[in-house]
Design a protein around this ligand. Structure first.
Ligand SMILES: Cc1ncc(COP(=O)(O)O)c(C=O)c1O
Ligand SMILES: N[C@@H](CCOP(=O)(O)O)C(=O)O
Length: 466
């Protein structure tokens, strides 16, 4: 399988190359040259497979020659063996139509573990084939950071620099990052928002003073391998609810558009998907884009779902590229316009293409709180504020009663205990595996939200590329 950039001018790479490169050299995002497609019969044959096997089957066409099928299966078995639930991503029924897909049984209690546990193993595998060191530079609004750090802490040939917006992640989220004291882990709290952090990460990929010295790598959903691994749980849920014979809708709490884009990929691969519901909090650039065609960056408002406090949604570019006829030149021009003006109108083709599969919804603070309460009082389930955005949108979707709607439960409620307790009167406790989090020492540097300061810090702590 070959990977091409959404902006058309970077060199095409194989899976190994795209995984290590992260962002394409022209500033675009890598996507497979074409979507692999399974027949109905092939999908039916996947029913009942253990998660690690399903993962290897779904991902094999994307991985191509970069790994043998047997090696890929060894890696998925290792990655998903670390999850606390045997089903890895168990599905729970809330009522006649509503389901939640629990994606938080990994080591750091959010859906990010599903992809990042595997990505850490891919890095190790591919780096062992050369004498290259990788300098990972990432941005987090709370969950990617801890999942990525857990996946690479202590690994040889990798340094990780993780930027988070100071004071804008929950205490549990911050401590899950800053209490990892391995020498290859560098936490940086910056003044600014997640969007500022993400922009600085992307800028570093384009900074030849850095890229000449360091092999900069990505753990954000910039990295195609992240999304590829997330496609698998759409198949897992769809198969349990009757795929390929029945279509299922998914409601996805959304910020950077990675998780829901993985659902789009599952649909391109042949999984019957009735609808993808894009659920945002009040930071609603995606809801505005999908409902009116206006993709313009607003100011970030802090919410009880901080991981979705995002106003520049990186992976939306992948969707626009695909819906716009895969024209890299046009995409580069559209993104240059957005970068210059912070605003962009979707083309007719992009709007019409999106409306065939997507609908969107925005939840404000009261709607999130009342949904957390509803799940507790009616179904006995404690859900976190991000999941609540998804479930609010699922319940408001107006979809035919016969269509099952699966909300992706993206984080464990104990990551956001105050918000959950405010709505339910119950304070969720942290699972035993992270139980002493509040007794551990923290290590983190605070830097101004300025690119030069970040680049200087990275340059003085990273290992040269070889
Ligand atoms: C708990 C949680 N839910 C939802 C999201 C949104 O996911 P995405 O950025 O893939 O849209 C994130 C992070 O972005 C998250 O950490
Ligand atoms: N919500 C994320 C933001 C980064 O998104 P990513 O999926 O692109 O890594 C976080 O928790 O850090």
């Amino acid at each position: 399988m070959e990977y091409i950039s959404t902006r058309g001018s970077a060199q095409a790479l194989d899976f190994e190359g795209a995984t290590l490169a992260g962002l394409a050299s022209d500033g675009g995002l890598y996507v497979p040259r074409e979507w692999p497609r399974f027949s109905g019969e092939e999908i039916a044959d996947m029913a009942g497979l253990p998660y690690a096997e399903l993962a290897a089957k779904v991902m094999a066409p994307f991985v191509g020659d970069s790994l043998t099928y047997e090696r890929l299966l060894e890696l998925t078995t290792e990655a998903y063996g670390r999850f606390a639930h045997k089903a890895v991503t168990p599905l729970r029924q809330l009522d006649e139509q509503q389901w939640v897909l629990e994606l938080f049984h990994g080591p750091t209690l959010a859906f990010k573990d599903v992809a990042l546990q595997l990505l850490g193993l891919f890095f190790e595998e591919f780096l062992s084939r050369s004498d290259r060191n990788l300098t990972i530079v990432g941005a987090t609004s709370g969950d990617t950071g801890s999942a990525a750090i857990d996946a690479v802490a202590g690994r040889e040939k990798v340094d990780i620099f993780m930027l988070h917006p100071k004071g804008r992640v929950s205490d549990v989220q911050r401590r899950q990052m800053t209490t990892v004291l391995a020498p290859n882990v560098h936490n940086i709290a910056i003044d600014g928002s997640f969007d500022d952090a993400q922009a600085m990460v992307k800028r570093m990929f384009a900074d030849t003073a850095m890229t000449d010295r360091f092999a900069i790598g990505a753990v954000n959903s910039i990295n195609w391998a992240r999304l590829m691994a997330q496609v698998v749980y759409y198949f897992a849920a769809g198969l349990q609810l009757g795929a390929p014979h029945r279509a299922v809708a998914f409601s996805v709490p959304t910020g950077n558009f990675g998780d829901v884009f993985a659902g789009y990929v599952a649909a391109q691969m042949g999984l019957p998907v009735a609808k993808l519901i894009v659920a945002t909090n009040v930071n609603d650039i995606l809801h505005r884009a999908l409902s009116t065609g206006d993709y313009s960056q607003g100011t970030v408002t802090p919410t009880a779902a901080p991981s979705m406090d995002i106003q520049v949604s990186s992976n939306f570019e992948r969707l626009l590229f695909d819906l716009g006829g895969r024209d890299g030149k046009a995409m580069a021009a559209q993104m240059a316009g957005f970068e210059a003006t912070k605003a962009m109108q979707l083309t007719n083709a992009q709007r019409e293409g999106a409306s065939a599969l997507f609908q969107s919804c925005r939840a404000d603070a009261d709607e999130m709180a009342s949904t957390i309460r509803w799940a507790w009082e009616n179904c006995g389930e404690l859900i976190d504020p991000h999941t609540a955005c998804g479930l609010f949108a699922a319940r408001a979707s107006g979809l035919d009663e016969a269509t099952p709607v699966v909300t992706l439960a993206t984080a464990h409620p104990a990551k956001f205990p105050e918000a959950v307790e405010r709505s339910t009167g119950h304070r969720p406790s942290l699972p035993a595996r992270v139980g002493d989090l509040f007794d551990r020492e923290e290590k983190c540097v605070a830097l101004p939200g300025e690119y030069a300061a970040i680049a200087e810090f990275v340059a003085s702590h990273a290992s040269p590329r070889a």
